[in-house]
Design a protein around this ligand. Structure first.
Ligand code: ZN
Length: 203
């Protein structure tokens, strides 16, 4: 399976990090080993001093495809949840300054947290999904899929022009404003609408 991620898909988040708003989606990937397995503790990685959460809506690919037209893209995913694209922000900033690839900042073991899947038919309107992240019971991020620069369907279509999408692949669709740091002992809880999707303690 592959883990695709979209960067800078919410204008307010792009500007909080001082990035331009891109015309085309920014795509990067994490390997399968980046997925935090269920019931596995999350440990603060030793190579960073600035670990950031990025809460995102995540799609589950349910059909193999390539060169998918946007109007058919909705048939290629069947569930959505909230997840975290953990980022070593200090390392990302160093790499960005040098124009180097992001993997060391984004794609390390257990950097992808995925909540419980909600089947698409149970979602009222995928164009207006509220989601959010609480840190130590305080809301730190709040987003709505209507604020995405690129919709789910346009992301799936765009990605499929470069990479085949396969059953079981997942797509992190970008984080809204409010990213921030976590330290050992912090508790994170991700929501979609009013429902808890995952809970995590930084060990
Ligand atoms: Zn992200």
């Amino acid at each position: 399976m592959k883990i695709f991620c979209v960067g800078r898909n919410y204008a307010a988040h792009a500007s909080e990090l001082g990035n331009e708003i891109p015309d085309e989606p920014v795509i990067f990937m994490k390997p399968k080993s980046a997925m935090l397995q269920q019931h596995t503790p999350f440990y603060y990685p030793e190579f960073t001093n600035e670990l950031h959460y990025e809460a995102e809506l995540v799609l589950r690919i349910s059909k193999n495809g390539k060169y998918i037209q946007e109007k058919f893209a909705g048939k290629y995913y069947d569930a959505i949840t909230t997840g975290i694209d953990f980022t070593a922000r200090d390392i990302q900033n160093e790499l960005k300054a040098k124009g180097l690839p992001w993997e060391k900042a984004k794609s390390w073991d257990n950097s992808a947290v995925i909540g419980k899947w909600v089947p698409l038919p149970e979602i009222k309107n995928k164009k207006e999904i509220n989601f959010g992240l609480y840190k130590n019971k305080e809301m730190v991020q709040k987003g709505n899929s209507s604020l995405m620069l690129h919709s789910f369907d346009s992301i799936v279509s765009y990605i499929s022009n470069f990479f085949s999408v396969n059953i079981g692949d997942v797509i992190f669709t970008g984080t809204p404003a409010g990213v921030g740091e976590v330290v050992v002992g912090d508790e994170l809880e991700g929501f979609m609408e009013e429902v808890s999707m995952f809970k995590l303690e930084i060990k």
